[in-house]
Design a protein around this ligand. Structure first.
Ligand SMILES: Nc1nc2c(ncn2[C@@H]2O[C@H](COP(=O)(O)OP(=O)(O)OP(=O)(O)O)[C@@H](O)[C@H]2O)c(=O)[nH]1
Ligand SMILES: [Mg+2]
Length: 364
């Protein structure tokens, strides 16, 4: 049996715990048969679970946990028990205990990550059961994320969840072996995910920027993976005035294939147009013909959400972006992000980019 929302909330309240077995779950009460009793019918909200796999995936989830989005369940999965110990997600799943080297990660070996996830399939199943949407987050190139993420995606898909991925590709300097492993990983994931958002790390550090510290470069990757994960999930749990219903959402992401994400922030008088224009200059979109996108999700975030976004600003953003997206089906959403103050952030997830990214991801 899977984990209910109630159990997630209980886990959060009690502080995070490493799950070592399939949990026993509380059973929900049956509806009253006596007509004198009344049930309060609340609009049902889809169950969204974000699952970070391996070192990079679990770090991105830490950032999400720091923001604290109500209604999104966070799960971290790793072969590295030490890493899990420091992560903040409500549910932590240590995989591969029975595989030799069980406590300290996969050491870059994809077979190890895959074997660990296979051995723990039942527990992965238990933490994902009941989810309507599963977002798998991982840095590709290493052992655990690359090996285990496809197994996690397969479990989620078999459970009938809309299964999305946010994955990073390695930097150039990480070497050919990691890049090859990542390229294989993307191919394996593509067969199991409805939509795979790819974050090409090396595009985030253009040659002119080579003096950047490694830690800052990694932060850029973390940040874009976070924006991607948020834009796939937050509009569903925090509806703004420009809303997306679950059926539209499902249609948008169902078997949409490879995707790219870019985000930009601007403030001042023309913050909306400024953010949209900066977004199109994002290095990830350099050389990408957005006319190839079959669809796109545009998320507009402002400090006060609905109380802080004008029709004129929405118009400005759509005018700038529609010009580049042309025929794509575009869905607009807006969310609140108090950290933006008076600023405005626009995030674009361009879907169906088979011609740009597959089948051999040239960006690896
Ligand atoms: N965004 C981000 N990416 C990282 C970070 N560290 C490593 N990566 C990227 O993610 C890839 C996989 O690294 P990890 O996630 O550490 O590896 P793992 O999946 O835990 O695999 P093993 O440790 O080998 O079992 C690397 O090749 C890097 O490209 C980080 O701090 N942030
Ligand atoms: Mg690791």
């Amino acid at each position: 049996m899977g984990i209910t929302r109630r159990e997630f909330v209980a886990q959060m309240g009690a502080g995070a715990a490493i799950i070592v077995g399939v949990p026993t779950l509380p059973t929900l009460p049956t509806p009253p048969t006596d007509r004198s009793q009344k049930w309060l019918i609340l609009p049902s909200q889809p169950c969204i679970r974000v699952i970070g796999v391996g070192g990079a995936g679990t770090l991105v989830l830490d950032r999400m946990a720091g923001i604290g989005h109500a209604g999104i369940d966070l799960i971290t999965v790793d072969t590295d028990a030490q890493n899990l110990r420091f992560r903040r997600a409500a549910v932590k799943l240590h995989i591969g205990e029975a595989v030799p080297r069980g406590l300290c990660g996969g050491g870059g070996r994809v077979e190890y990550g895959r074997g660990a996830a296979e051995e723990s399939r039942e527990r992965v199943h238990a933490v994902l059961e009941g989810a309507d949407v599963v977002v798998v987050v991982a840095g590709l190139g290493g052992g655990t994320g690359t090996g285990a993420a496809p197994v996690v995606a397969e479990v989620a898909r078999r459970l009938g969840a809309l299964t999305l991925g946010v994955v990073s590709l390695p930097f150039e300097f990480e070497g050919q072996r990691r890049r090859r492993q990542a390229a294989n990983g993307v191919r394996e994931l593509a067969d199991r995910l409805d939509t795979t958002v790819v974050v090409p790390s090396r595009a985030l550090v253009p040659p002119a920027d080579s003096n950047i510290l490694l830690s800052h470069a990694l932060e850029r990757v973390d940040e874009l993976m976070l924006q991607a994960t948020q834009s796939l999930t937050v509009p569903l749990v925090q509806p703004g005035l420009i809303n997306i219903g679950f059926s539209d959402y499902r249609e948008l992401f169902n078997q949409s294939g490879p995707a790219l994400v870019a985000a930009a922030v601007s403030d001042g008088e023309h913050r909306a147009r400024g953010a949209a224009q900066a977004l199109l200059e994002h290095p990830v979109l350099d050389g990408v013909d957005l006319r190839c996108a079959s669809a796109a999700l545009v998320t507009i975030a402002t400090g006060m959400g609905d109380d802080d976004l004008t029709i004129g600003e929405i118009d400005e953003i759509s005018t700038v972006l529609y010009d580049r997206l042309r025929e794509a089906m575009v869905v607009l959403t807006n969310v609140q992000d108090p950290t933006l103050g008076r600023g405005c952030r626009v995030t674009l997830t361009a879907l169906g980019l088979d011609k740009v990214l597959g089948p051999d991801p040239a960006l690896c």
